[in-house]
Design a binder for this molecule. Structure first.
Ligand code: AMP
Length: 502
Protein backbone atom coordinates (compact mmCIF):
# COMPACT_ATOMS: atom_id res chain seq x y z
CA UNK A 1 0.00 0.00 0.00
CA UNK A 2 1.13 3.51 -0.70
CA UNK A 3 0.54 7.00 0.59
CA UNK A 4 -1.77 8.13 -2.19
CA UNK A 5 -1.32 11.90 -1.89
CA UNK A 6 2.42 11.90 -1.24
CA UNK A 7 3.21 9.29 -3.86
CA UNK A 8 1.11 10.91 -6.57
CA UNK A 9 1.94 14.57 -6.01
CA UNK A 10 5.42 14.70 -4.48
CA UNK A 11 7.42 11.44 -4.60
CA UNK A 12 8.69 11.84 -8.17
CA UNK A 13 10.63 15.00 -7.22
CA UNK A 14 12.64 13.59 -4.30
CA UNK A 15 15.98 13.82 -6.07
CA UNK A 16 15.20 16.80 -8.28
CA UNK A 17 17.51 19.81 -8.02
CA UNK A 18 14.91 21.97 -9.75
CA UNK A 19 13.80 25.04 -7.76
CA UNK A 20 10.47 24.52 -6.02
CA UNK A 21 10.30 27.69 -3.87
CA UNK A 22 11.78 31.15 -4.34
CA UNK A 23 11.62 34.03 -1.88
CA UNK A 24 13.78 36.94 -0.75
CA UNK A 25 16.11 34.47 1.00
CA UNK A 26 16.89 32.59 -2.21
CA UNK A 27 15.84 29.34 -3.86
CA UNK A 28 14.92 25.95 -2.41
CA UNK A 29 15.12 22.84 -4.57
CA UNK A 30 12.57 20.03 -4.53
CA UNK A 31 15.21 17.77 -3.01
CA UNK A 32 15.92 20.20 -0.17
CA UNK A 33 12.19 20.78 0.43
CA UNK A 34 11.38 17.07 0.51
CA UNK A 35 14.32 16.36 2.83
CA UNK A 36 12.91 19.00 5.16
CA UNK A 37 9.56 17.24 4.85
CA UNK A 38 11.23 14.02 6.00
CA UNK A 39 12.90 15.70 8.97
CA UNK A 40 9.57 17.21 9.98
CA UNK A 41 7.83 13.85 9.54
CA UNK A 42 10.41 12.26 11.85
CA UNK A 43 9.87 15.11 14.33
CA UNK A 44 6.09 14.54 14.26
CA UNK A 45 6.50 10.83 14.93
CA UNK A 46 8.90 11.61 17.75
CA UNK A 47 6.26 13.96 19.17
CA UNK A 48 3.81 11.09 19.31
CA UNK A 49 1.93 11.28 16.00
CA UNK A 50 -0.10 8.16 15.27
CA UNK A 51 -1.72 7.38 11.95
CA UNK A 52 -4.95 9.38 11.56
CA UNK A 53 -4.06 11.93 14.27
CA UNK A 54 -4.86 15.59 13.68
CA UNK A 55 -2.03 18.12 13.57
CA UNK A 56 -3.47 21.59 14.23
CA UNK A 57 -1.30 24.40 12.90
CA UNK A 58 -1.67 28.14 13.35
CA UNK A 59 1.46 29.80 12.06
CA UNK A 60 2.53 32.63 9.81
CA UNK A 61 3.14 31.55 6.23
CA UNK A 62 6.59 30.04 5.69
CA UNK A 63 8.29 27.36 3.60
CA UNK A 64 8.61 25.27 6.76
CA UNK A 65 4.86 25.47 7.26
CA UNK A 66 4.26 24.22 3.72
CA UNK A 67 6.72 21.40 4.42
CA UNK A 68 4.82 20.65 7.64
CA UNK A 69 1.64 20.07 5.62
CA UNK A 70 3.39 17.55 3.37
CA UNK A 71 5.16 15.98 6.37
CA UNK A 72 1.88 15.49 8.23
CA UNK A 73 0.30 13.73 5.28
CA UNK A 74 3.41 11.65 4.60
CA UNK A 75 3.56 10.60 8.27
CA UNK A 76 -0.06 9.41 8.07
CA UNK A 77 -1.58 12.38 9.92
CA UNK A 78 -4.44 14.72 9.13
CA UNK A 79 -3.40 18.33 8.54
CA UNK A 80 -5.55 20.99 10.18
CA UNK A 81 -4.48 24.50 9.23
CA UNK A 82 -6.01 27.43 11.11
CA UNK A 83 -6.53 31.01 10.07
CA UNK A 84 -3.86 33.23 11.63
CA UNK A 85 -6.59 35.70 12.64
CA UNK A 86 -8.17 33.31 15.19
CA UNK A 87 -7.74 34.24 18.84
CA UNK A 88 -6.71 31.72 21.53
CA UNK A 89 -10.35 31.52 22.58
CA UNK A 90 -11.37 30.50 19.05
CA UNK A 91 -8.47 28.06 18.77
CA UNK A 92 -9.78 26.19 21.76
CA UNK A 93 -12.89 25.21 19.83
CA UNK A 94 -10.98 23.87 16.81
CA UNK A 95 -8.35 22.05 18.82
CA UNK A 96 -10.81 20.35 21.13
CA UNK A 97 -13.42 19.71 18.44
CA UNK A 98 -10.83 18.00 16.26
CA UNK A 99 -9.12 16.39 19.28
CA UNK A 100 -5.74 17.40 17.85
CA UNK A 101 -2.84 15.39 19.19
CA UNK A 102 -0.15 17.81 18.01
CA UNK A 103 -0.54 21.59 18.10
CA UNK A 104 1.86 23.93 16.34
CA UNK A 105 1.67 27.68 16.97
CA UNK A 106 3.82 30.77 16.78
CA UNK A 107 6.01 31.02 19.92
CA UNK A 108 4.23 34.28 20.78
CA UNK A 109 0.96 32.34 21.23
CA UNK A 110 2.36 29.25 22.98
CA UNK A 111 1.59 30.53 26.48
CA UNK A 112 -2.05 31.16 25.56
CA UNK A 113 -2.49 27.70 24.06
CA UNK A 114 -0.60 25.76 26.71
CA UNK A 115 -3.62 25.07 28.93
CA UNK A 116 -5.66 23.88 25.97
CA UNK A 117 -2.85 21.53 24.93
CA UNK A 118 -2.50 20.18 28.48
CA UNK A 119 -6.22 19.51 28.77
CA UNK A 120 -6.13 17.80 25.40
CA UNK A 121 -2.96 15.87 26.29
CA UNK A 122 -1.55 17.14 23.01
CA UNK A 123 2.08 17.93 22.20
CA UNK A 124 2.63 21.67 21.80
CA UNK A 125 5.36 22.80 19.41
CA UNK A 126 6.25 26.21 18.03
CA UNK A 127 6.95 27.45 14.54
CA UNK A 128 7.72 31.11 13.88
CA UNK A 129 7.60 32.98 10.61
CA UNK A 130 11.41 33.03 10.45
CA UNK A 131 11.29 29.22 10.76
CA UNK A 132 12.75 29.15 14.27
CA UNK A 133 10.86 27.37 17.06
CA UNK A 134 10.77 24.05 18.88
CA UNK A 135 9.38 22.14 15.87
CA UNK A 136 12.15 23.13 13.47
CA UNK A 137 14.65 22.72 16.32
CA UNK A 138 13.50 19.13 16.72
CA UNK A 139 13.48 18.60 12.95
CA UNK A 140 17.09 19.79 12.69
CA UNK A 141 18.13 16.80 14.80
CA UNK A 142 16.33 14.28 12.59
CA UNK A 143 17.51 12.21 9.66
CA UNK A 144 16.55 13.23 6.12
CA UNK A 145 15.03 9.87 5.23
CA UNK A 146 11.45 8.85 6.00
CA UNK A 147 9.32 6.07 4.59
CA UNK A 148 5.81 7.30 3.85
CA UNK A 149 3.08 5.80 6.04
CA UNK A 150 0.50 3.93 3.97
CA UNK A 151 -2.74 5.89 3.38
CA UNK A 152 -5.37 5.01 0.83
CA UNK A 153 -7.70 7.05 -1.34
CA UNK A 154 -10.44 7.26 1.27
CA UNK A 155 -8.19 8.12 4.21
CA UNK A 156 -8.27 11.68 5.48
CA UNK A 157 -5.43 13.99 4.50
CA UNK A 158 -6.78 17.23 5.94
CA UNK A 159 -9.59 18.87 7.84
CA UNK A 160 -10.30 22.50 6.99
CA UNK A 161 -12.80 24.37 9.09
CA UNK A 162 -15.30 26.43 7.11
CA UNK A 163 -15.45 30.12 7.85
CA UNK A 164 -18.91 29.55 9.40
CA UNK A 165 -21.01 32.67 8.97
CA UNK A 166 -23.85 31.05 10.91
CA UNK A 167 -23.34 28.88 13.95
CA UNK A 168 -20.18 26.96 14.76
CA UNK A 169 -17.71 26.42 12.01
CA UNK A 170 -17.60 22.88 10.66
CA UNK A 171 -14.56 20.71 9.90
CA UNK A 172 -14.64 19.67 6.25
CA UNK A 173 -12.94 16.27 5.95
CA UNK A 174 -10.85 15.94 2.81
CA UNK A 175 -9.55 12.53 1.85
CA UNK A 176 -6.52 11.75 -0.31
CA UNK A 177 -8.78 11.03 -3.30
CA UNK A 178 -10.44 14.48 -3.02
CA UNK A 179 -7.16 16.36 -3.07
CA UNK A 180 -5.30 14.30 -5.64
CA UNK A 181 -8.12 14.04 -8.18
CA UNK A 182 -8.72 17.78 -8.15
CA UNK A 183 -5.02 18.52 -8.69
CA UNK A 184 -4.92 16.14 -11.65
CA UNK A 185 -7.96 17.75 -13.24
CA UNK A 186 -6.64 21.29 -12.79
CA UNK A 187 -3.27 20.42 -14.32
CA UNK A 188 -4.91 19.63 -17.65
CA UNK A 189 -7.70 22.18 -17.49
CA UNK A 190 -5.37 25.11 -16.78
CA UNK A 191 -2.44 23.61 -18.71
CA UNK A 192 0.12 23.83 -15.93
CA UNK A 193 3.58 22.43 -16.72
CA UNK A 194 7.02 22.34 -15.14
CA UNK A 195 7.74 25.60 -16.97
CA UNK A 196 5.27 27.42 -14.71
CA UNK A 197 6.45 29.88 -12.11
CA UNK A 198 3.49 30.75 -9.91
CA UNK A 199 3.34 34.01 -8.00
CA UNK A 200 2.05 32.72 -4.64
CA UNK A 201 0.77 35.46 -2.34
CA UNK A 202 -2.23 33.64 -0.82
CA UNK A 203 -2.43 32.37 2.76
CA UNK A 204 -1.75 28.64 3.18
CA UNK A 205 -4.38 27.95 5.84
CA UNK A 206 -7.07 28.03 3.13
CA UNK A 207 -7.82 25.61 0.30
CA UNK A 208 -6.88 28.16 -2.38
CA UNK A 209 -3.25 28.76 -1.40
CA UNK A 210 -2.66 25.33 0.13
CA UNK A 211 -4.23 22.82 -2.23
CA UNK A 212 -5.15 24.58 -5.46
CA UNK A 213 -1.81 26.36 -5.75
CA UNK A 214 0.76 24.28 -3.87
CA UNK A 215 -0.41 20.75 -4.69
CA UNK A 216 -0.72 21.68 -8.35
CA UNK A 217 2.69 23.28 -8.73
CA UNK A 218 4.40 20.36 -6.96
CA UNK A 219 2.53 17.86 -9.11
CA UNK A 220 3.68 19.45 -12.37
CA UNK A 221 7.19 20.11 -11.05
CA UNK A 222 6.88 23.88 -11.38
CA UNK A 223 8.21 26.69 -9.21
CA UNK A 224 6.49 29.03 -6.75
CA UNK A 225 7.55 32.55 -5.85
CA UNK A 226 6.41 32.11 -2.28
CA UNK A 227 5.66 35.44 -0.63
CA UNK A 228 4.23 36.01 2.89
CA UNK A 229 1.16 37.88 1.62
CA UNK A 230 -0.14 40.16 -1.10
CA UNK A 231 1.92 43.29 -1.20
CA UNK A 232 1.73 45.59 -4.20
CA UNK A 233 5.46 46.40 -4.23
CA UNK A 234 6.43 42.72 -4.08
CA UNK A 235 3.80 41.78 -6.68
CA UNK A 236 5.17 44.34 -9.11
CA UNK A 237 8.79 43.42 -8.39
CA UNK A 238 8.32 39.67 -8.85
CA UNK A 239 5.75 39.56 -11.65
CA UNK A 240 8.25 39.71 -14.55
CA UNK A 241 9.77 36.46 -13.21
CA UNK A 242 6.41 34.64 -13.03
CA UNK A 243 4.23 32.93 -15.61
CA UNK A 244 1.04 32.58 -13.61
CA UNK A 245 -0.77 33.89 -10.56
CA UNK A 246 -3.68 32.79 -8.40
CA UNK A 247 -5.47 35.50 -6.50
CA UNK A 248 -8.62 36.67 -4.80
CA UNK A 249 -10.42 39.58 -6.49
CA UNK A 250 -8.83 42.18 -4.21
CA UNK A 251 -5.39 41.28 -5.61
CA UNK A 252 -6.68 42.28 -9.03
CA UNK A 253 -8.36 45.51 -7.96
CA UNK A 254 -5.17 46.52 -6.14
CA UNK A 255 -3.01 45.75 -9.15
CA UNK A 256 -5.34 47.79 -11.36
CA UNK A 257 -5.17 50.71 -8.93
CA UNK A 258 -1.42 50.94 -9.61
CA UNK A 259 -0.30 52.48 -12.90
CA UNK A 260 2.91 50.47 -12.90
CA UNK A 261 0.80 47.38 -13.55
CA UNK A 262 0.50 47.39 -17.32
CA UNK A 263 0.93 45.34 -20.46
CA UNK A 264 4.72 45.34 -20.27
CA UNK A 265 4.81 44.22 -16.62
CA UNK A 266 2.44 41.34 -17.28
CA UNK A 267 3.86 40.40 -20.69
CA UNK A 268 5.52 37.27 -19.32
CA UNK A 269 2.34 35.99 -17.62
CA UNK A 270 0.38 33.24 -19.35
CA UNK A 271 -2.42 32.96 -16.78
CA UNK A 272 -4.16 35.02 -14.10
CA UNK A 273 -6.68 33.03 -12.06
CA UNK A 274 -9.26 34.49 -9.69
CA UNK A 275 -11.51 32.83 -7.13
CA UNK A 276 -12.73 32.52 -3.52
CA UNK A 277 -15.00 35.57 -3.93
CA UNK A 278 -16.88 37.11 -6.87
CA UNK A 279 -14.80 39.05 -9.37
CA UNK A 280 -16.73 42.06 -10.66
CA UNK A 281 -17.35 41.91 -14.40
CA UNK A 282 -16.03 45.48 -14.41
CA UNK A 283 -12.68 44.35 -12.95
CA UNK A 284 -12.46 41.61 -15.59
CA UNK A 285 -13.01 44.20 -18.34
CA UNK A 286 -10.62 46.78 -16.91
CA UNK A 287 -7.99 44.06 -16.59
CA UNK A 288 -8.36 43.08 -20.21
CA UNK A 289 -8.20 46.69 -21.35
CA UNK A 290 -4.99 47.20 -19.34
CA UNK A 291 -3.13 43.98 -20.14
CA UNK A 292 -4.81 42.41 -23.17
CA UNK A 293 -5.28 39.31 -21.02
CA UNK A 294 -8.47 37.85 -19.62
CA UNK A 295 -8.59 36.78 -15.99
CA UNK A 296 -9.71 33.16 -15.68
CA UNK A 297 -12.35 32.98 -12.96
CA UNK A 298 -13.13 29.71 -11.24
CA UNK A 299 -15.39 28.58 -8.39
CA UNK A 300 -14.84 26.24 -5.51
CA UNK A 301 -15.22 25.90 -1.80
CA UNK A 302 -13.46 24.28 1.14
CA UNK A 303 -15.83 21.31 0.96
CA UNK A 304 -15.53 20.73 -2.78
CA UNK A 305 -12.09 21.90 -3.89
CA UNK A 306 -12.48 23.37 -7.39
CA UNK A 307 -15.77 22.69 -9.16
CA UNK A 308 -16.17 25.01 -12.15
CA UNK A 309 -13.82 27.12 -14.20
CA UNK A 310 -13.74 29.33 -17.23
CA UNK A 311 -11.85 27.55 -19.99
CA UNK A 312 -8.19 27.96 -20.82
CA UNK A 313 -8.68 28.17 -24.57
CA UNK A 314 -12.37 28.92 -25.00
CA UNK A 315 -14.40 31.97 -23.97
CA UNK A 316 -13.64 33.39 -20.53
CA UNK A 317 -16.88 35.17 -19.79
CA UNK A 318 -16.80 38.08 -17.34
CA UNK A 319 -19.21 37.67 -14.43
CA UNK A 320 -19.38 33.88 -14.80
CA UNK A 321 -17.45 31.14 -13.01
CA UNK A 322 -17.29 29.06 -16.17
CA UNK A 323 -18.38 25.49 -16.75
CA UNK A 324 -18.21 22.32 -14.61
CA UNK A 325 -14.71 20.82 -14.47
CA UNK A 326 -14.31 17.35 -16.00
CA UNK A 327 -15.50 14.73 -13.53
CA UNK A 328 -17.69 17.18 -11.61
CA UNK A 329 -21.47 16.85 -12.05
CA UNK A 330 -23.16 20.17 -11.44
CA UNK A 331 -26.89 20.79 -11.34
CA UNK A 332 -29.07 23.75 -10.40
CA UNK A 333 -31.95 22.74 -8.17
CA UNK A 334 -34.74 24.28 -6.13
CA UNK A 335 -34.71 24.11 -2.34
CA UNK A 336 -36.22 20.62 -2.44
CA UNK A 337 -33.58 19.33 -4.82
CA UNK A 338 -35.72 19.33 -7.99
CA UNK A 339 -33.73 20.02 -11.11
CA UNK A 340 -34.52 23.44 -12.61
CA UNK A 341 -34.60 24.29 -16.32
CA UNK A 342 -31.55 26.03 -17.80
CA UNK A 343 -31.52 29.76 -17.09
CA UNK A 344 -33.48 29.56 -13.85
CA UNK A 345 -31.93 30.58 -10.57
CA UNK A 346 -31.49 27.86 -7.98
CA UNK A 347 -28.91 26.28 -5.70
CA UNK A 348 -25.75 24.68 -7.05
CA UNK A 349 -25.56 20.99 -6.16
CA UNK A 350 -22.59 18.91 -7.15
CA UNK A 351 -21.04 15.50 -7.09
CA UNK A 352 -17.60 14.12 -7.95
CA UNK A 353 -14.29 12.90 -6.56
CA UNK A 354 -13.63 16.49 -5.50
CA UNK A 355 -16.45 16.55 -2.93
CA UNK A 356 -15.44 16.11 0.73
CA UNK A 357 -16.43 13.09 2.79
CA UNK A 358 -18.52 14.98 5.37
CA UNK A 359 -18.20 17.25 8.39
CA UNK A 360 -15.99 16.04 11.21
CA UNK A 361 -18.15 14.46 13.90
CA UNK A 362 -21.30 16.21 12.70
CA UNK A 363 -23.39 13.44 11.13
CA UNK A 364 -26.58 15.52 11.14
CA UNK A 365 -24.94 18.49 9.42
CA UNK A 366 -23.40 16.11 6.91
CA UNK A 367 -26.74 14.42 6.24
CA UNK A 368 -28.45 17.81 5.77
CA UNK A 369 -25.83 18.85 3.24
CA UNK A 370 -26.25 15.93 0.84
CA UNK A 371 -29.17 14.77 -1.30
CA UNK A 372 -30.05 11.05 -1.12
CA UNK A 373 -28.43 10.59 -4.56
CA UNK A 374 -25.12 11.94 -3.27
CA UNK A 375 -25.17 15.53 -4.53
CA UNK A 376 -23.70 18.10 -2.14
CA UNK A 377 -25.87 21.17 -1.56
CA UNK A 378 -23.45 24.09 -1.82
CA UNK A 379 -25.79 26.89 -0.71
CA UNK A 380 -24.60 29.04 -3.62
CA UNK A 381 -27.38 30.40 -5.82
CA UNK A 382 -26.72 30.50 -9.52
CA UNK A 383 -28.06 29.99 -13.01
CA UNK A 384 -26.57 27.96 -15.81
CA UNK A 385 -26.91 29.12 -19.44
CA UNK A 386 -27.44 26.92 -22.47
CA UNK A 387 -23.67 26.51 -22.92
CA UNK A 388 -23.18 25.34 -19.34
CA UNK A 389 -21.68 28.62 -18.04
CA UNK A 390 -22.62 29.36 -14.45
CA UNK A 391 -23.31 32.77 -12.97
CA UNK A 392 -23.40 32.95 -9.18
CA UNK A 393 -25.97 35.35 -7.80
CA UNK A 394 -25.20 34.98 -4.09
CA UNK A 395 -25.44 32.61 -1.14
CA UNK A 396 -28.88 31.19 -0.36
CA UNK A 397 -28.78 32.84 3.04
CA UNK A 398 -28.08 36.21 1.38
CA UNK A 399 -31.28 35.98 -0.65
CA UNK A 400 -33.68 38.76 0.31
CA UNK A 401 -37.41 38.12 0.42
CA UNK A 402 -39.18 41.46 0.42
CA UNK A 403 -42.98 41.47 0.45
CA UNK A 404 -42.85 37.79 -0.52
CA UNK A 405 -40.74 38.49 -3.62
CA UNK A 406 -37.19 37.25 -4.18
CA UNK A 407 -34.45 39.82 -4.57
CA UNK A 408 -31.01 38.56 -5.63
CA UNK A 409 -28.44 40.91 -4.12
CA UNK A 410 -26.04 40.47 -7.03
CA UNK A 411 -28.51 41.96 -9.52
CA UNK A 412 -28.97 45.09 -7.43
CA UNK A 413 -25.24 45.33 -6.65
CA UNK A 414 -24.42 45.11 -10.37
CA UNK A 415 -26.62 48.11 -11.15
CA UNK A 416 -25.33 50.13 -8.20
CA UNK A 417 -21.69 49.38 -9.06
CA UNK A 418 -22.31 50.70 -12.57
CA UNK A 419 -23.36 54.13 -11.23
CA UNK A 420 -20.71 56.79 -11.83
CA UNK A 421 -18.84 57.48 -8.59
CA UNK A 422 -19.60 54.13 -6.93
CA UNK A 423 -16.64 51.98 -6.10
CA UNK A 424 -18.46 48.90 -4.77
CA UNK A 425 -21.56 47.82 -2.91
CA UNK A 426 -23.16 45.11 -0.81
CA UNK A 427 -26.90 44.62 -0.80
CA UNK A 428 -28.38 43.03 2.32
CA UNK A 429 -31.72 42.50 4.03
CA UNK A 430 -32.88 44.28 7.17
CA UNK A 431 -35.99 43.14 9.07
CA UNK A 432 -39.01 45.27 8.20
CA UNK A 433 -42.51 45.22 9.73
CA UNK A 434 -44.41 45.55 6.45
CA UNK A 435 -42.16 43.76 3.99
CA UNK A 436 -40.63 41.10 6.22
CA UNK A 437 -37.27 42.09 4.84
CA UNK A 438 -36.27 45.33 3.18
CA UNK A 439 -33.44 45.86 0.72
CA UNK A 440 -30.54 47.90 2.10
CA UNK A 441 -27.64 49.05 -0.04
CA UNK A 442 -24.27 49.56 1.63
CA UNK A 443 -22.06 51.54 -0.72
CA UNK A 444 -18.44 52.61 -0.93
CA UNK A 445 -18.26 55.74 -3.08
CA UNK A 446 -15.40 57.16 -5.06
CA UNK A 447 -17.18 60.47 -5.34
CA UNK A 448 -18.00 61.89 -1.89
CA UNK A 449 -20.76 64.08 -3.37
CA UNK A 450 -22.90 61.11 -4.32
CA UNK A 451 -26.11 61.06 -2.25
CA UNK A 452 -28.79 58.54 -1.43
CA UNK A 453 -31.09 60.47 -3.77
CA UNK A 454 -28.64 60.04 -6.68
CA UNK A 455 -28.58 56.30 -6.09
CA UNK A 456 -32.36 56.02 -5.85
CA UNK A 457 -32.80 58.08 -9.01
CA UNK A 458 -30.37 55.97 -11.02
CA UNK A 459 -32.16 52.78 -10.02
CA UNK A 460 -35.70 54.09 -10.48
CA UNK A 461 -36.18 53.08 -14.11
CA UNK A 462 -33.92 50.08 -14.07
CA UNK A 463 -35.20 47.99 -11.21
CA UNK A 464 -38.64 46.85 -10.09
CA UNK A 465 -39.83 48.85 -7.10
CA UNK A 466 -39.59 45.88 -4.69
CA UNK A 467 -35.90 45.45 -5.53
CA UNK A 468 -35.01 49.08 -4.93
CA UNK A 469 -33.16 49.85 -1.68
CA UNK A 470 -35.31 51.17 1.14
CA UNK A 471 -32.16 52.63 2.65
CA UNK A 472 -28.69 53.51 1.42
CA UNK A 473 -25.69 53.53 3.74
CA UNK A 474 -22.29 54.89 2.78
CA UNK A 475 -19.18 53.31 4.31
CA UNK A 476 -15.46 53.93 3.73
CA UNK A 477 -14.94 50.24 3.08
CA UNK A 478 -16.86 46.96 3.18
CA UNK A 479 -15.97 44.48 5.92
CA UNK A 480 -14.02 41.63 4.30
CA UNK A 481 -12.26 38.51 5.51
CA UNK A 482 -8.73 37.63 4.40
CA UNK A 483 -10.01 35.70 1.37
CA UNK A 484 -11.69 38.87 0.11
CA UNK A 485 -15.23 37.81 0.95
CA UNK A 486 -17.60 40.58 2.00
CA UNK A 487 -18.91 39.75 5.48
CA UNK A 488 -22.61 40.10 4.82
CA UNK A 489 -23.57 38.50 8.12
CA UNK A 490 -21.67 41.25 9.95
CA UNK A 491 -23.40 43.91 7.84
CA UNK A 492 -26.81 42.38 8.50
CA UNK A 493 -26.08 42.46 12.23
CA UNK A 494 -25.00 46.11 12.10
CA UNK A 495 -28.20 47.21 10.41
CA UNK A 496 -30.75 44.81 11.88
CA UNK A 497 -32.51 47.63 13.75
CA UNK A 498 -32.52 50.06 10.84
CA UNK A 499 -36.28 49.85 10.39
CA UNK A 500 -37.12 49.04 14.00
CA UNK A 501 -39.08 52.26 14.42
CA UNK A 502 -40.87 52.05 11.05
P1 AMP B 1 -14.43 28.88 1.05
O1 AMP B 1 -14.96 27.61 1.58
O2 AMP B 1 -13.86 29.77 2.08
O3 AMP B 1 -13.48 28.65 -0.07
O4 AMP B 1 -15.67 29.67 0.45
C1 AMP B 1 -16.43 29.11 -0.58
C2 AMP B 1 -17.44 30.09 -1.06
O5 AMP B 1 -16.80 31.20 -1.70
C3 AMP B 1 -18.35 29.51 -2.12
O6 AMP B 1 -19.39 28.74 -1.56
C4 AMP B 1 -18.83 30.77 -2.81
O7 AMP B 1 -19.89 31.36 -2.08
C5 AMP B 1 -17.62 31.68 -2.74
N1 AMP B 1 -16.85 31.68 -4.00
C6 AMP B 1 -15.74 31.00 -4.31
N2 AMP B 1 -15.33 31.29 -5.56
C7 AMP B 1 -16.21 32.19 -6.05
C8 AMP B 1 -16.36 32.89 -7.29
N3 AMP B 1 -15.47 32.75 -8.28
N4 AMP B 1 -17.41 33.73 -7.42
C9 AMP B 1 -18.30 33.90 -6.43
N5 AMP B 1 -18.23 33.28 -5.25
C10 AMP B 1 -17.19 32.44 -5.05
Amino acid sequence: MTNHLYDTLFAARETSEKTFLIDNDGEMSYRAFLERVNQLANALIESGLQTGDRVAVQAQKSKAQLALYVATVKAGGVYLPLNTAYTAHELEYFITNAAASIIVVDAGNAEKVKDIADRQKASLLTLNQDETGSLTGLADQQGTAFTAIARGLEDLGAILYTSGTTGRSKGAQLCHRNLVSNTQILKDFWQFTQEDVLLHMLPIYHTHGLFVASNLLAYVGGTMIFLPKFDIEAAIAWMPKATSMMGVPTFYTRLLADDRFDKALSAHMRLFISGSAPLLAETHKQFEARTDKKILERYGMTETNMSTSNPYDGDRIAGTVGVPLPGVDVRIADEKGNLLPRGEIGIIELKGDNVFTGYWQMPEKTAESFRPDGYFITGDMARMDENGYITIVGRDKDLIISGGLNVYPKEVEGLIDAIEGVSESAVIAAPHKDFGEAVVAVIVRRNGQLTEKDIQQSLQDRLAKFKQPKAVIFLDELPRNTMGKVQKAALRKSYEKLFASV
